[in-house]
Design a protein around this ligand. Structure first.
Ligand SMILES: [Zn+2]
Length: 348
């Protein structure tokens, strides 16, 4: 009898524990990726000055909390609560147009941003020099590492990839240390291309987080070394697109199969295990490289948690995103997830 009671008590406490464990604090923070500002020589990576200002004005008028990526990582690690409407603005490459066009607007609206600098091009033609980078850092812009050589690292295999990537990480760190006096704690993979070996190397080198270029929303289930970002260049750089994405929520993914970016067959199939809470899986939409695709055969198993996605056509580009969006149960919000395929044999 006593054993019985102890057993029941144990069961009860386990139940309580599991309820407590499942009550994880959740958050959704859209992250945006910019490159060039007011520089229409490169339309696909540019946002016009007026469109960028419209976006900042929208954030101000709607009382968004604009935080840096580093602040978000600290909040996340400390279990601090994010404001419901929080967004992160990031910029890649360190072009001069950030200094001349974006910086005055960020100052005007009182917002910060995180900029990822590739050390190998600092001071060259179209890029900021170290004095300008020091100046923006002093005025509150957060500096991240975007490699030294901006290479297509994934064109290399296994050992050669790791060796080359780690050497580049060490070189860029030395250069940052020499010019800024410190090594950044955030990293952005060149071209958004990464492998598990690369995320391990970034983590091993002491970085607290890294960003990629597949679209999506930072949430409590995101791998901190694979933080997704919505591109804000070319056709994406509109006010409407920005409004839509700044209200977007993360589609919470438990796991995918495969979990490597390199397709073993073409078109590749992707099995996605989705956290089913408060979303309407029956209205799942599937996009290949931004184009809506008939979902075709979708397999719902174990309480509708799995979907298997496959492009109807062969993937032709170097990088292709499979994206799924699902509305919330109340229909008021959309949840987003993208998976990146890379075909290193294709040149850009
Ligand atoms: Zn870049």
């Amino acid at each position: 009898m006593r054993i019985h009671i102890i057993f029941l008590a144990l069961l009860a406490s386990m139940h309580l524990f599991s309820q407590k464990a499942s009550k994880v604090y959740t958050f959704d923070v859209p992250v945006f990726a910019y490159h060039r500002f007011g520089d229409d020589r490169y339309p696909s990576t540019n946002i016009s000055k007026s469109d960028f200002e419209k976006q900042l004005k929208y954030l101000k008028q709607n009382a968004f909390d604009v935080i840096t990526l580093g602040e978000a990582i600290r909040k996340w690690n400390n279990g601090e609560v994010f404001k419901v409407k929080s967004v992160i603005l990031t910029v890649d490459d360190g072009y001069l147009s950030f200094y001349t066009v974006a910086m005055p607007l960020l100052k005007k609206y009182g917002y910060k941003a995180t900029i990822f600098i590739q050390t190998g091009t600092v001071g060259g033609g179209d890029f900021m020099n170290w004095d300008q980078i020091l100046e923006i850092e002093r005025s509150g812009i957060e500096i991240g590492n975007h490699s030294d050589g901006h290479n297509y690292f994934v064109n290399l295999k296994d050992g050669a990839l790791v060796e080359t990537f780690v050497l580049d990480l060490e070189k860029s760190a030395r250069i940052f240390k020499g010019h800024l006096g410190s090594i950044p704690s955030l990293y952005a993979y060149p071209y958004g291309e990464y492998t598990k070996d690369m995320t391990d190397a970034v983590k091993g080198a002491g970085y607290s987080a890294a960003v990629v270029q597949k679209s999506g929303v930072l949430c409590e289930m995101t791998n901190p070394y694979e933080i997704p970002r919505f591109p804000m260049g070319g056709p994406f750089a509109t006010l409407e697109g920005f409004k839509n994405k700044s209200g977007m929520k993360a589609l919470r993914i438990v796991k995918t199969d495969p979990d490597s970016p390199f397709p073993k067959s073409n078109p590749p199939a992707l099995k996605v295990e989705i956290e089913p809470d408060s979303i309407n899986l029956k209205q799942l939409q599937f996009f290949v490289a931004g184009t809506a695709v008939d979902i075709g055969p979708v397999y719902y198993m174990e309480d509708m948690r799995f979907v298997v996605l496959q492009s109807p056509e062969r993937l032709k580009s170097r990088r292709t995103l499979y994206t799924i969006t699902v509305p919330s149960l109340d229909g008021k919000a959309w949840h987003w997830y993208s998976y990146l395929w890379i075909r290193p044999e294709i040149k850009e």
